[in-house]
Design a protein around this ligand. Structure first.
Ligand SMILES: Nc1ncnc2c1ncn2[C@@H]1O[C@H](COP(=O)(O)OP(=O)(O)OP(=O)(O)O)[C@@H](O)[C@H]1O
Ligand SMILES: [Mg+2]
Length: 355
C-alpha cells in the first residue's frame, strides 16, 4: 500500500511531527479557554486537532460549518453528535427542557440516530436548547470538546447566528471550543475586530509547515527499497519543490512512490512525477487562469518568478495590494514568510506557460 496519504485527515503512521503544536494545544485545552486555530488551506489543522483530541481522554464532537445549512440544522447536528457519544436511552431525560421537540429516528441498518427539527419553528430556541444539552452532558471531570471546523462560515449561515452563538457560548461551563479556519482574513475579522461578537473569544494559534528534518525522515523511510541509494536526493528534490507543505509533499511523495514501486523509475523520478501531476491538472489550471483578470495573472506570474509584486514599479502599489488581498482571500497566495503561490504545481504550470 502507498505509505503516503493526502486529501483526508491523517492519523497514526501518516501523521508526523507537530509535537510542539500538539503540546501547546493540549495545554490550552487543559483550561477554561477556547482555542482558535488558523492556517492557510491544507496545512494540517484538522489532522492536528484530530490527533490531539483522540489522545486526550475526553469526549469530543465535531461540526463542519461548511455543511451546516441553517440554524436549526446546526442544532440538529449538535444533537446528532451528542447521540453518537452518549447512548440515547441514558440521556433522553436531559431533553425534558426542549421547547421544540426534535424528530429522532434510528437507521435500521446502521443503528445511527438521525435528528431533525421541523422547519418554521423558532430556530433561536432550537439552538438554545441544543446548546444546553452540551452543558448537561459535560462534567467538570470530563470536559467536552466541541470542534467547529471551517469556522469562518459562521457569519454566512444565517443573519444573527454568530451573535446568538457567542452569547450562549460565553455562559457555558465545562466545554472547550476549538474553532478552525482556513480563510485567514475572515478568521481575523471574526476574532480580532472589536465589533465582531467573537472578538478575542479564544487563544489564537497559527500553524506553519512541517519542519524539514521531520519530513525528510518521514519520506526517506517510506520510499521503496529499490530507491535506497537515491533516497536522499529524491527526498530533497521533493521537499525543495513543495517547501514542506504537508498536503503537496504527501501528494508528490505518493506519486513518486508509485513510479518507483510499479515502474522502477529512479532517475529523475521527482521531475517526472511533477511533470505528470501538472499534466493531470492542466485543465483545472487553465480554467482557473482564464477566470482571473490581467492584474491577478501578472501578480501571480511575478510571485512565481520570485519577484515581489509590491516592489514592481509598473503598477500602483494600491492596485497590486488589493489584488494580493483578493488572491490571498481566495487561497491562491499565502504569506507565511513571504508571498508565495499556495500550490507549487500551479506555480510551475504558470512558469511553464508564460516563460
Ligand atoms: N502532521 C502531518 N504529517 C503528515 N502529513 C500531514 C500532516 N498534517 C497534514 N498532512 C497532510 O496534509 C493534508 C491536509 O491536512 P488537513 O486536512 O488536516 O489540513 P487542513 O488544514 O485541515 O485543511 P483544510 O484547510 O482543507 O481544512 C493531509 O491530507 C495530509 O496529506
Ligand atoms: Mg480541515
Amino acid at each position: 500500500m502507498n505509505p503516503f496519504k493526502f486529501g483526508t485527515i491523517v492519523e497514526n503512521e501518516f501523521f508526523t511531527d507537530r509535537k510542539e503544536e500538539s503540546e501547546i494545544l493540549k495545554q490550552k485545552l487543559d483550561s477554561e479557554n477556547h482555542v482558535i486555530l488558523i492556517s492557510p488551506r491544507r496545512l494540517g489543522k484538522s489532522s492536528l486537532v484530530q490527533k490531539v483530541v483522540s489522545e486526550l481522554n475526553q469526549p469530543y464532537i465535531k461540526i463542519d460549518l461548511q455543511y451546516v445549512m441553517n440554524v436549526s440544522d446546526f442544532a440538529a447536528q449538535l444533537l446528532k453528535s451528542i447521540f453518537k457519544l452518549y447512548p440515547y436511552e441514558k440521556i433522553k431525560y436531559t431533553m425534558g427542557h426542549f421547547r421544540v421537540v426534535p424528530t429522532i429516528s434510528t437507521n435500521a441498518v446502521t443503528g445511527a440516530m438521525d435528528v431533525s427539527f421541523q422547519s418554521g419553528n423558532n430556530s433561536a430556541i432550537m439552538l438554545e436548547d441544543a446548546m444546553e444539552m452540551l452543558e448537561k452532558v459535560a462534567t467538570s471531570k470530563s470536559r467536552l470538546i466541541v470542534i467547529l471546523d471551517e469556522f469562518q462560515e459562521v457569519t454566512k449561515i444565517q443573519e444573527g447566528f454568530d451573535r446568538q452563538l457567542r452569547s450562549i457560548m460565553q455562559q457555558q461551563k465545562g466545554i472547550n471550543y476549538i474553532m478552525l479556519g482556513s480563510q485567514e482574513s475572515l478568521m481575523e475579522d471574526i476574532f480580532e475586530k472589536k465589533k465582531s461578537p467573537f472578538y478575542h473569544f479564544g487563544q489564537m494559534m497559527r500553524l506553519s509547515r512541517i519542519p524539514r528534518t521531520d519530513f525528510s525522515e518521514y519520506i526517506m523511510t517510506r520510499l521503496p527499497k529499490i530507491a535506497d541509494n537515491k533516497a536522499v536526493s529524491i527526498t530533497n528534490n521533493i521537499l525543495d519543490f513543495t517547501k514542506c507543505h504537508p498536503y503537496y509533499t504527501q501528494q508528490l511523495a505518493a506519486h513518486v512512490w508509485e513510479l518507483v514501486n510499479y515502474q522502477e523509475v529512479t532517475d529523475n523520478v521527482v521531475s517526472l512525477a511533477i511533470e505528470q501531476l501538472i499534466k493531470m491538472h492542466d485543465l483545472d489550471f487553465e480554467r482557473l487562469w482564464i477566470s482571473m483578470n490581467r492584474t491577478d495573472r501578472e501578480i501571480l506570474l511575478q510571485i512565481a518568478t520570485g519577484e515581489n509584486p509590491l516592489q514592481n514599479r509598473q503598477k500602483p502599489t494600491s492596485t497590486s495590494f488589493s489584488a494580493i488581498k483578493r488572491l490571498m482571500r481566495d487561497g491562491y497566495i499565502i504569506n507565511i514568510d513571504k508571498y508565495e503561490i499556495e500550490d507549487p504545481f500551479f506555480m510551475q504550470w504558470i512558469i511553464n506557460k508564460n516563460l
